[in-house]
Ligand binder design. Structure first.
Ligand code: GDP
Length: 374
C-alpha cells in the first residue's frame, strides 16, 4: 500500500512523534501497511503496546524454575532485576544453581526511593555483600530507576559489555519494575527491523517475549515470578498504591522506650519488648500511616480499630489477608541493623546495644534482619 492511498496522519497517536514511512531506523517510522490501522502509531509504540499485551502472565516458583533450568542449557547473559525497596523479598532464591555457568548482572531498580544524599557506591557495596550472603554471584551490579530514567545508560552499557553475542534472559519477581525497564529498552534500543514475538521457552510450554537485537539474538523476557512472601502480592490492588512508595521516602524517626508499639496501617506491628531507650527509623511509604501506642494497649487497639484507623486493609480487605502472626526478633549487639518487612519497607534499629522486638505480619510475609542499608 503506498503513501498516496492513505493520507499519513501527521503524528503518532502514542508518542506524538512526526510519522514517516521511509527511514526504518529513524524515529516516527511506521510501515505503510500499518497506516490502515486505527489509531496509527509509530513502530516503537506498536512494539511497546504489543509487549504490554504479551506480558500479562506470571509464574509460580516451580514453573519459573523450569525456565531458569532451561537457561543453564543455553549460552545466555542473565539479567536479574530486583527491587531496592524490597531487596531480600525480591531476590530470587537459588538462582545461581539454575543458571549454570552463565553470567548474571544484578540490576537494582527503584533507586529513586532512597534519599539522594546516599553515595551510590555505598549502596553498591551493600548490595554486593548482601548478594554474596544470599549465594548469588554477579558479574556486575547496576543501580537504576526505570521510572525516573536514572542509570539506564549504565544498564545498557553493562549488557553490551557482558553479552558477547549471547541472548539476554531477563528475570525478576513481579512488581520489581521489569516491564517498565523493558519498555524503555524497546523504545530506545531494540532493532526496529525485526518483529517482537512471543513463543514457548525451549523445553517448556511457558511463553516468553522475544525482543530482537541487531545481531539476530534477542532479549528474552520471562514472566514475572510471584512470591507470596511479599506483601505486595497479598494486598488488594488499591492498597498497593498506599504501601509502594512512588517518590523518595522521607524516613520517620521514633524515639521509643521498651513497652511501646508501632502499627504500620493494619498490615504490620512492631513491639519493642526489651532494650534501652533508642530511636527507630522507619523507611516506609509516606502514605502508610504509623501509629504509636503502649504495648499493653496494642492488642485492644488492634481489635477495636483494625480496618478503620488501622488500615489498609479496610474491613473487606482484612478477610482476604492471612491474620497477623508474631515473630520474635533479636537484634544482636554491634553494628546497626534493619528489620525488613517484605513489601512494607524496613525499620532501622539505631542503637548498637541490641534489643528484642516482636514483629507481627500477615502469616507468611517475609521478615529479614540485615546490616543497615542506610
Ligand atoms: P513488573 O511487575 O516487574 O513488570 O513491574 P512494573 O514495571 O509493572 O512496575 C511495578 C510498579 O513499580 C509500578 O507501580 C511502577 O510504576 C513501579 N516502578 C517501576 N520502576 C520503578 C522505579 O524505578 N521507581 C519507582 N519508584 N517505582 C517504579
Amino acid at each position: 500500500m503506498s503513501d498516496t492511498q492513505h493520507a499519513i496522519p501527521k503524528q503518532c497517536a502514542g508518542c506524538g512523534v512526526k510519522l514517516q514511512t521511509e527511514r526504518q531506523k529513524e524515529p516516527g517510522y511506521t510501515p505503510a501497511a500499518a497506516l490502515s490501522r486505527t489509531p496509527v502509531v509509530c513502530q516503537r509504540c506498536f512494539r511497546i503496546k504489543h509487549y504490554n499485551e504479551a506480558i500479562g502472565t506470571t509464574l509460580n516458583q516451580d514453573d519459573f524454575l523450569k525456565i531458569v533450568g532451561g537457561i543453564a542449557a543455553e549460552e545466555a547473559l542473565v539479567v536479574n532485576i530486583v527491587d531496592l525497596f524490597d531487596f531480600e523479598g525480591s531476590l530470587i532464591g537459588g538462582l545461581h544453581r539454575f543458571v549454570g555457568n552463565n553470567p548474571v548482572i544484578l540490576v537494582v531498580n527503584k533507586v529513586d526511593l532512597v534519599p539522594k544524599s546516599i553515595n551510590p557506591n555505598r549502596i553498591i557495596n551493600w548490595v554486593q555483600r548482601q548478594a554474596k550472603e544470599n549465594g548469588l554471584q554477579t558479574v556486575d551490579i547496576v543501580l537504576c530507576s526505570a521510572k525516573k530514567n536514572i542509570g539506564f545508560e549504565r544498564v545498557i552499557e553493562s549488557i553490551q559489555r557482558h553479552r558477547a553475542g549471547r541472548n539476554v534472559v531477563v528475570v525478576g519477581a513481579t512488581n520489581v519494575g521489569k516491564s517498565t525497564l523493558i519498555n524503555r529498552l524497546i523504545r530506545d534500543y531494540s532493532d526496529l527491523d525485526a518483529e517482537l514475538t512471543t513463543s514457548p521457552y525451549p523445553g517448556t510450554t511457558l511463553d516468553v517475549v522475544r525482543i530482537p537485537l541487531d545481531d539476530g539474538k534477542a532479549i528474552i523476557d520471562t514472566p514475572g515470578l510471584v512470591y507470596t512472601h511479599r506483601l505486595t502480592e497479598l494486598v488488594e490492588k488499591k492498597d498497593l498504591g498506599v504501601i509502594m512508595p512512588d517518590k523518595e521516602i522521607k524516613p520517620m524517626v521514633y524515639q521509643l522506650n521498651s513497652g511501646q508499639t508501632l502499627f504500620f496501617g493494619g498490615l504490620a506491628r512492631m513491639d519493642f519488648v526489651r532494650g534501652e531507650h533508642q530511636s527507630f527509623t522507619c523507611y516506609v511509604a509516606n502514605s502508610l500511616g504509623i501509629h504509636r501506642t503502649k504495648l499493653e494497649r496494642a492488642d485492644e487497639l488492634y481489635a477495636n480499630h483494625q480496618g478503620e484507623m488501622l488500615s489498609p486493609p479496610d474491613k473487606e480487605g482484612l478477610e482476604k489477608l492471612p491474620p497477623l502472626s508474631k515473630q520474635a526478633v533479636r537484634i544482636p549487639r554491634g553494628g546497626q541493623q534493619d528489620v525488613l518487612i517484605s513489601g512494607i519497607g524496613w525499620i532501622k534499629v539505631n542503637s548498637d546495644a541490641g534489643c528484642e522486638l516482636n514483629i507481627y505480619v500477615p502469616k507468611g510475609v517475609k521478615v529479614a534482619i540485615r546490616p543497615s542499608l542506610i
